[in-house]
Structures are given as C-alpha cells and as structure tokens.
Design a protein around this ligand. Sequence first.
Ligand SMILES: Cc1cc2nc3c(=O)[nH]c(=O)nc-3n(C[C@H](O)[C@H](O)[C@H](O)COP(=O)(O)OP(=O)(O)OC[C@H]3O[C@@H](n4cnc5c(N)ncnc54)[C@H](O)[C@@H]3O)c2cc1C
Length: 393
Amino acid sequence: MTRADVIVIGGGANGTSTAFHLASRGVKNVLLLERRQLGAGATGKSGSLVRMHYTNEPESRLAFESLKVFRDFRNIVGGDCGFEPIGFLQIVPRGYEAALARNVARQQRLGIATEVVTPGRLNELLPGCRTDDVGAAAWEPQSGFADPNATTFAFAEAARRLGATIETGCEVLRILTERGRVVGVETPRGRVEAPVVVLVPGAWAAPLLAPLGLDFGLVPHRIQITIFRWPAGFTRRHCVVIDAIHQSWFRPEGAATTLIGVELGAGHADPNAFDEGVDPEFVATCRNALAGRLPAMREATMRGGWAGMISMSADGRPIIDQIPSVAGLYCMLGDSGTSFKTSPAIGKCLAEWIVDGKPRTADLTPFRSTRFAEALPWHDEDNYGGQGLTISR
Ligand SMILES: Cc1cc2nc3c(=O)[nH]c(=O)nc-3n(C[C@H](O)[C@H](O)[C@H](O)COP(=O)(O)OP(=O)(O)OC[C@H]3O[C@@H](n4cnc5c(N)ncnc54)[C@H](O)[C@@H]3O)c2cc1C
C-alpha cells in the first residue's frame, strides 16, 4: 500500500483498538503497521487487570467505558477477549479510609458497581486473607481480568474484516511531515502517504518523536510478574486484588495458579535489549507480598514469570492527544503500566476525534500532551501514597 487514509503505528491493544474503531466508523483505508508481531510490546506481557478503581475520575471513566466493551466483546467487536468478571478488591492501608470512600463515591456517580467493604467483609470476599493491617477496601463485583493477546488479536481481526490492512514485521522508521503537518510514514518497504497518523508505539516512542522535536519525558520501564502454584489445600479461585499495603497486584491465572506483580520503583531500561525473564530476587519479593496478604501462599511453588516494557509518563498518566504542533498526528503515549484495561475506550475516543472532530465517549483534555509544558502535571488529591507507582497505582 502506498496510500492510506489513516496509518496506525503499533499493534498492541491500543493500536488495534484504534484500527478497529476507525474501520467500524467507516474509514476506508486504515493501515496498521507493527514492527514485530501483534502484542509484541507491553500488551503481550500484560497482567491485564480490568478494574475501575482509580484515584481520579478521567481514568475511571475510560475504564468504565472499556468495561462495557469487555463485557459484550463478542457482539461489539467479535471473537473472544477472555474476560473473566471474577470481582476486584482494592485494599488500602490505615490512614486512607476517607480517600478510598471519596474515590468509591466518585466511581458510583459514574455508574460503576462498587462499594466500600469493611475488613470483616474482606474475609468473605478473599478467604484466608490477612486483614489486621487493612484500613479499608473497595469491591467491584463486575471487574476482573481479560486475555490481553486474545483481545488484541480480536481487535485486529475485526478491523481486518471491516477492510483495514494489518501489516506485521514492518517498522515505521520515520513520521513524514511537510509544513507542520503529517504526510505519511517511511518504512523499509517504502513510503506510505497518509494525512493522519496515530502513534501508539508503547515503550519504543523515542526514535519516532525525536525527529519531530517532541520530547514528553517518557521513560521505558521493565516490569516483571511471577506465577505461583497454589499450595496443597488452597483450592478456591480468588478474586483480582490490588494491595496498596504491599504495593502488589494479583489475580488467578488458570485454575490453580496466581499471577502477581510487585512495584519495584523506577527502573529505566532499554526496550531493545531487556531481559524478558524474571529476576530471582523479584520472585522472593512477590512471594513475600502474596503471603503477606494470603499467608497460605508462603508455601506456593514458583512456576514461571516474565518481564515486559511499559512507558512511564512524567506524571504516571497516559498522553492521549492530537499533537498541537503537528497537524494530523494523534497519539497514545506513556501507557504508564495501566492502559490495557482502558484500550477499548482509548481506541474509540481517538477514532471519534479523527472522524467526528472530537472525542465523544470521554473528555480527553486531562490526558493532553501539553500539560507538562503548562507545568500542570496530573495530581490526584485522593491518592494512596503511591503517586510514582506503575501498575498498582
Ligand atoms: C507485566 C505487565 C503487567 C501489566 N499489567 C497491567 C494490568 O494489569 N492492567 C492494565 O490495564 N495494564 C497493565 N499493563 C500495562 C498494559 O499492558 C499497557 O499499558 C498496554 O498494553 C499498552 O498497550 P499499547 O498498545 O499502548 O502499547 P504496546 O502493547 O507496548 O504496543 C506498542 C506496539 O508498537 C510496536 N511499535 C513500536 N514502535 C514501532 C515502530 N516504529 N513501527 C511499528 N511498530 C512499532 C511495538 O512492537 C508494540 O507491539 C501491564 C504491563 C506489563 C508489562
């Protein structure tokens, strides 16, 4: 293809969702270019928690709009996203009870099914859990987790059915501009012209942004997860949990294992040369965090793990925008370890913006790229003390 109406760069959950939503809104020549394979970035490695609980309304809104898609994926997109609505618990330490209550109230006003639960009720929702260190918890009965690869493949397949072209193994080397507007991209297979380009490259953004004079302070981070086999006697599948006391997040994986990640703090890494395996020290950290909440897991056997690359923005929130200095260039950058669950709504909003002139599903102003230059980075009043964190924030 030498000409497209819209080129999407990146075949993760957000890129494929955008391609699907563009095609379903009638855009004829959508071309998605992925340098490796679908799901090669953060998406393929994602823990893929689908929860509505955030310490701010804009992210909860994107998550809630996305939940509607995950719940009815077969009808809206087609195929199977592997969504399992097994319920979600947000656990916070003492001192944050009031903040949690305010966040839950905010989410309830959006229509999200959520409630504050006492430590007593926690034991019913997460049998065998330690509660003496818990300040409060929030419960979302309709949340859970999905299969990030299946979701991405299904978005791509649906986009294809609607006429989009998905090319894997094709790296975009440069975004081409003329007189301040996008005119196409350059690839090893040649140039493709297009008046609109959507940049969704995950942790690999820098080489495409720098030649355009754009620097949003994005930092690639290596994020790990570990999987533990449940010990003898532990047989009941648990719900999805973010434990702000141990800065961990976990969910079941299959019928008898738990997938867990723990925050390690800032970790710059080269997205083109990182260890895809899990560090031995990280396994021990995860076992401690898991046993700290579910003491029976002290005897859980490690069964595997991996690492993936995310892109942290300077304030830990994604940048979803039409770049003001480059007409025709839209982006979803700085996923900040939290943008799988919101990918259905992010793709929809970007498609609405491109086709209808503005996003309708959600207001994207809080996610604007200029907030850093304006010295107005994001700050949530009702946070749980983990502002610099990634996935468990
Ligand atoms: C271990 C781990 C656990 C996580 N857990 C959760 C979770 O529980 N819940 C949640 O919501 N999020 C979670 N995340 C974050 C989530 O997975 C990401 O935010 C999300 O998948 C980002 O999707 P994306 O499409 O924006 O980017 P990516 O999935 O990173 O996709 C970007 C794609 O662009 C391609 N690309 C880059 N440059 C080019 C180029 N020049 N030309 C062509 N293609 C290019 C890459 O190869 C890649 O496939 C987790 C991430 C990790 C790593």
